[in-house]
Design a protein. Structure first.
Length: 156
């Protein structure tokens, strides 16, 4: 499971010209799933997002989380995060979960986040979406559930 997380002043997602999700200050989360992802990864990533310290404290240091500052989460499915560009010029997406599996995971991920956090908006899985954002900072991080830590262990 992979997320690209951007700290935003605002963000919105539209489908066919209709805005279907919008947040003010918060996190825009682009998410992709890999084969083998399941409930454990979804729970871990949900906790990570709500507690991830990406907001400035009074001294201007990136030291506060959504728990500290409030704000929203805008969740967008984006299978292309697993695009492999090492060979040739056309990315390979074989590292992405199959469509049916990814849709189930995306729906469940949204449910978990909504259970943890009051302000969650979502895009529409599989739709051609237009995402607009005001990136604050800019601050952007990549969070991989299956990425080993510096010790070589996967975080619990």
């Amino acid at each position: 499971m992979r997320c690209v997380v951007q700290r935003v002043g605002s963000a919105q997602v539209s489908v066919a010209g209709e805005t279907i999700g919008r947040i003010d200050c918060g996190l825009l989360v682009l998410v992709a799933f890999a084969p083998g992802d399941g409930e454990t990864e979804l729970q871990w990533m949900s906790r990570k997002l709500v507690n991830l310290r990406l907001f400035n404290d009074d001294q201007g240091r990136i030291n506060l989380s959504l728990q500290d500052v409030g704000g929203g989460i805008l969740l967008i499915s984006q299978f292309t995060l697993y695009g492999d560009c090492r060979k040739g010029n056309r990315p390979s997406f074989v590292g992405s979960a199959p469509l049916e599996m990814a849709e189930v995971l995306y729906d469940r991920f949204g449910e978990i986040l909504e259970g943890m956090w009051d302000d969650v908006a979502q895009g529409r899985f599989g739709a051609a979406m237009e995402v607009s954002l005001v990136n604050s900072g800019p601050v952007t991080v990549i969070v991989d559930r299956d990425a080993p830590s510096r010790t070589g262990r996967i975080e619990p």
